[in-house]
Design a protein around this ligand. Sequence first.
Ligand code: ZN
Ligand code: ZN
Length: 298
Amino acid sequence: MALMRRQSLVKFDAPLCETIVETPKPQGNEVLVRIERCGLCHSDLHIQDGYADLGGGKRLDTTRGMTLPFTLGHEIAGVVEDVGPDVSNDLIGAKKAVFPWIGCGQCRDCLTGDENLCLKQRFLGVSIDGGFASHVLVPDAKYLLDYDPLPVNQAATLMCSGVTAYGALKRLVDRPRQRNLLLIGLGGVGMMGLSFAQAMFTQKISVADVNPAAREAALKNGAAIAYDPSEGDIAKRIGQPRAARAVARACATNPVAVAIPCHRVVRGDGALGGYRWGIQRKQKLLALEKKGSVSKSG
Ligand SMILES: [Zn+2]
Ligand SMILES: [Zn+2]
């Protein structure tokens, strides 16, 4: 009997704990992936805490519907180790990134390719066991993405923080009137956004974050201007009332979002990054990365 190891959430607001279980045997279209890399997302920490701090004393309960022990981790890349009887054996040994935002596969959203919007979600590491383990069982081979020639670390993180930033920027890039771009928050998502923005936009990119080290890193990686939202004259310095208001609001209502992995990307009326994008967008993102047009700052 082959065994697999997991770093499981066994209690909220407590360290993960190793659990050892029988390695699942893939059925039907399922695929067993041996994990090579699994990124740590801030959402993992919110789930581990049992809540997300929304600022102003508000909390979002992240314990609902979860059965422990549970395996977190949704930024996964690895090697196909075994496949179900309905999947070609040729896939065994292939290096793949794993699309984690998996739906029921039956509803209208799933059938139109928007599984990330499905109400009966099977999100890896969020609603079914994920990648903080030696192996992960993926419900269907269609959720595997080629990432060669990208490095495996980069491929894994593109599955969440990458697509979060890319998704927000994609909403803005096709607008006919291009104005200045300001990225609020320079955590993993914000730095990814800075990297993608330079490949997707021609205008100079401004950033804002309360952390001086993050601002410095952004300036080294291509940001034209880095604002400190805690400065008193921030509105005057930014010069654009809407953008300045957005920075102030993000700072006042959600200091965590500004300080760590803010999902906000603002330009004009702005766009909020959403990390649960459909698989087609992941494929476009991988194609963009493979072209080598994106710097490695993320
Ligand atoms: Zn994530
Ligand atoms: Zn569905």
